[in-house]
Design a protein. Structure first.
Lengths: 122, 206
């Protein structure tokens, strides 16, 4: 399983990567904002999952998700953010986000969400 | 009334009740403070599994950075101002090791980034509990070292809230301008800023 983790906070990328590692996911690529993520993502064929923050410089996670969908990729996208308002969740879903994880989170919650996304992908 | 159906007790049962002692000054509504207290508790209980004990809040005329690493996040919208999240050396290092596995005994770049993320999560989580104010937040800035005095604009009464996390220390200083009716605001004792030998940082959001 290859996961792209997108967050402008290096610490948060490490937190997510560490959590993924604990769940047996060891192939992780990182990007610091949406624009960089699109470059890393390419045609998306090598990724099984994208985990992205919402608020980032250059291009935010919402725009990134829209662009990934506009390019035709069906890769599962999980938004990890402090934005927990109903309107924000709706906007994310409309942008093509498959699941939503609110910060702060623990490994159990991330595991539940990952299992759900893997099933979606299958 | 901005949110008459929600009381501070419902939002944050461990938060000490407002005090109305003589000489107290009116400050922002208590449910605003509760949002930050709840957010801070959530962050440390979820990310570190630490038991969080909330101390008694107090009003200050200026905030002194009393902790080793202090991260400041600006808010704009219906509650403009700044929130300062201070952690002592032990908590900063323990948190960093706990969440990213970076073991160190110094306040290095990773520790500073981790403290910035703590502030980002606390203020972000509080912001989501205060949706009626349509808040936007800045990226966190980090100040290392104790003793810096931070002055807020004259219309802001900053409130400091101390926490104990199993021996480690956390402090929140919430300096936001609440435009709501004074009759809705809670009252807290005011503590004059202690003399500081450090530099003074002043804000003016007019």
């Amino acid at each position: 399983m290859n996961v792209l983790v997108v967050d402008d906070s290096g610490v948060m990328r490490k937190i997510i990567a560490r959590s993924l590692g604990a769940l047996g996911v060891n192939s992780i690529e990182e990007a610091g904002d949406g624009r960089e993520a699109l470059e890393v993502f390419g045609d998306g064929s090598r990724f099984d999952l994208v985990i992205t923050d919402w608020n980032m410089p250059e291009m935010n996670g919402l725009e990134l998700s829209k662009q990934i969908r506009a390019d035709g990729s069906k890769v599962p996208i999980m938004m990890v953010t402090t934005e927990s308002e109903k309107d924000s969740v709706l906007k994310a879903i409309q942008a093509g986000v498959n699941d939503y994880l609110v910060k702060p989170f623990d490994n159990e919650m991330l595991k539940l969400k990952l299992n759900r996304l893997i099933k979606i992908e299958a | 009334m901005l949110n008459g159906s929600i009381t501070s007790r419902e939002l944050c049962p461990f938060f000490p009740p407002p005090r109305a002692a003589a000489g107290c000054r009116r400050i922002m509504q208590q449910f605003i403070l509760d949002a930050f207290v709840t957010a801070a508790t959530e962050v440390f209980e979820t990310m570190m599994g630490r038991k969080v004990v909330v101390g008694s809040p107090y009003v200050v005329t200026a905030a002194i950075c009393e902790q080793d690493v202090n991260s400041m996040v600006g808010l704009s919208g219906g509650l403009p101002g700044n929130v300062i999240v201070g952690v002592d050396r032990k908590l900063a290092i323990d948190f960093t090791e706990n969440v990213i596995g970076h073991a160190t005994d110094t306040i290095d770049e990773q520790v500073i980034d981790a403290v910035a993320e703590i502030a980002n999560m606390i203020v972000g989580a509080a912001k989501c509990k205060l949706t009626q104010y349509k808040l936007s937040m800045s990226l966190p800035s980090v100040i290392c070292g104790r003793g810096l005095t931070i002055n807020f604009p004259g219309n802001v009464r900053p409130v400091c809230i101390p926490f104990d996390l199993e021996g480690a220390k956390l402090s929140l200083c919430v300096g936001l301008y609440d435009e709501s009716e004074p009759s809705e605001k809670c009252e807290l004792p005011e503590i004059a800023a202690k003399p500081s030998r450090g530099p003074v940082l002043a804000f003016d959001n007019k």
